[in-house]
Design a protein around this ligand. Structure first.
Ligand SMILES: Nc1nc2c(ncn2[C@@H]2O[C@H](COP(=O)(O)OP(=O)(O)OP(=O)(O)O)[C@@H](O)[C@H]2O)c(=O)[nH]1
Ligand SMILES: [Mg+2]
Length: 504
């Protein structure tokens, strides 16, 4: 899946009525304005999809977005899965508010590569619009065309082909990961049942797979798949996929939900630490935060140096490294965006050690992740068992209880939170370290760090040494040590002392 055959997705962008849908039709032969309301109003009100065969033989999926300012949310949902853009500017109108806003959304999503088409060149000279577009999107190739006469359309296709050769498909580097698909449409097909569509962000999907539908956390099964409108046994990251789901009614799934393989560790998030580019006059406050095919109001808290804490009023389904788009609530406008550093942060201020950690994450330095393995295992169990939905407040309460100390809590201790334990485990917040013993992931991480330090200094660690170090009981120290063994941080020697399994 590389080079010529890598799956790449193209997204349109541009102001209302500038000719996006007409140009997609001229390029692909598909009229994506297929709804009666779209025909009647002459305006796109749903995302459109079409396969595009480029002159050199490369197949590209096209997502046709909507230009109306009320539909920017849906535009973000469509643009979120794309690899490159086709910015459409009408020759007789030039750069307009949603031309600018869509350009800002693309920048926030990190989508730099694309082509500018100056459409309606049969109506006016493309020169003025081209000059404005060159200022808005410096370095992007600009092609004049007319969807009405067909002039220049082949040149647009050729320019798209040149860019398509260069883009790094979004699946690249993430293919090895577990399957994640953010749903951009859900509908029923007579005789087949519930179908959802989206761009496969990572991993592969196959017929028969059992996945978690989030945020509901229901187990669903892949009954059949289509890739680029063709039946397929398997779909790969970067491809546009339609998934026929067994075990779910249409009323229980919607745009903004996600399908995830258990190992994806995708979970609802309430508090996100992120690196955001918002311009200098941003000081925080209430905003709309868009992620994948979902959006939620949030309070922004500045941490300094481009680091922000995003406190969401409704959950998102974000993972580290994902892109966010930040918009103002009134008047609606795109302020900027950036990258998720910690998708499940705790509320915190500008504490130096917290900022240092975020800066490390921003530089792309990996975090020691001693809890990853058991969290993933717990997730698959919880997903299969149909764990209850996450409830943010209960989660916060339970997380605080769990975080109360480095000492694991028994299930009885967690009475108030017990009902939410499966959700906490699924979210990776609670880690099962033994029969009826659970600890907050941060507490486990601290224990792992201390054990590491002791082994590095003293050559090995014993049960008594860890017990004394943590000031805890023998039982807990034993459970924690075994957990460190299981998560392959430590290795048990025949005399029960532990040494490091791998250099860190
Ligand atoms: N003369 C001329 N008219 C065009 C051209 N392209 C589109 N149009 C007309 O412009 C109008 C809007 O075109 P659409 O393709 O629906 O515009 P759009 O950008 O998809 O609009 P939204 O999806 O609502 O944002 C239609 O009446 C088209 O027929 C063109 O190249 N030349
Ligand atoms: Mg349209």
């Amino acid at each position: 899946m590389s080079g010529k055959h890598a799956a790449v997705t193209l997204g349109t962008a541009g102001h209302i009525d500038h000719g996006k849908t007409a140009l997609v039709r001229a390029l692909t032969g598909v009229d994506t304005d297929r709804l009666p309301q779209e025909k009647a109003r002459g305006m796109s009100i749903e995302l459109g999809f079409a396969p595009l065969l480029l002159p050199g033989g490369r197949r590209v999926s096209v997502i046709d977005v909507l230009g109306h300012e009320r539909f920017v949310r849906m535009m973000v949902a469509g643009a979120t899965g794309i690899d490159f853009h086709l910015m459409v500017v009408a020759a007789d109108d030039g750069v307009m508010p949603q031309t600018r806003e869509h350009a800002a959304v693309l920048a926030a999503l990190g989508i730099q590569q694309g082509v500018v088409a100056i459409t309606k060149s049969d109506r006016a000279s493309p020169d003025r619009a081209a000059a404005q577009a060159a200022e808005l999107l410096p370095g992007v190739e600009i092609v004049a065309c007319s969807a009405r006469t067909g002039e220049g359309v082949a040149a647009v296709a050729a320019a798209l082909e040149r860019v398509a050769e260069q883009v790094a498909p979004r699946g690249e580097g993430r293919r090895a990961g577990a399957a994640v698909l953010h749903i951009d449409r859900a509908f029923t097909i007579r005789g087949a049942g519930t179908v959802v569509t989206g761009t496969l962000w990572s991993g592969t999907l196959a017929t028969g797979d059992t996945l978690a539908l989030l945020p509901a956390q229901r187990a669903v099964r892949v009954r059949s798949l289509q890739v680029h409108d063709q039946p397929a046994e398997r779909a790969h990251a970067g491809q546009r996929v339609a998934v026929n789901l067994a075990g779910i009614a249409l009323r229980d799934v919607a745009r903004g939900d996600a399908l995830a393989a258990p190992a994806a560790e995708l979970a609802t998030t309430q508090v996100i630490d992120a690196a955001l580019d918002l311009g200098d006059d941003q000081h925080g406050g209430r905003v709309m935060v868009h992620h994948a095919t979902r959006a939620a109001p949030a309070q922004l808290a500045a941490l300094g140096g481009g680091l922000w804490q995003v406190r969401l009023e409704a959950p998102l389904l974000a993972a580290a490294g994902d892109r966010l788009v930040v918009r103002s609530v009134a008047p609606p406008d795109t302020l900027g965006g950036g990258t998720v550093l910690d998708p499940r942060a705790r509320r915190h201020g500008r504490r130096p050690e917290v900022l240092a950690r975020l800066q490390r994450l921003r530089r792309g330095e990996p975090e020691p992740s001693p809890v990853a393995a058991p969290a993933a295992a717990a997730l698959s169990g919880a997903a299969a068992a149909g764990a209850p939905a996450l409830e943010p407040d209960a989660i916060e309460l339970a997380a605080r209880l769990l975080a109360a100390g480095h000492e694991p809590l028994s299930r009885a201790d967690l009475e108030a939170a017990a009902a939410h334990l499966p959700a906490l485990i699924q979210a990776g917040v609670a880690v099962r370290i033994g029969r009826d013993l659970y600890a907050h992931r941060d507490a486990v991480a601290v224990v792992a760090e201390r054990a590491r330090a002791i082994i590095t200094e003293e050559g090995a660690i014993t049960l008594a040494r860890l017990r004394d170090e943590l000031g805890t009981s023998r039982k807990y120290a034993q459970a924690l040590l075994e957990h460190l063994d299981q998560t392959r941080i430590t290795r048990r020697l025949p005399d029960d002392r532990r040494v490091l399994r791998r250099r860190s």
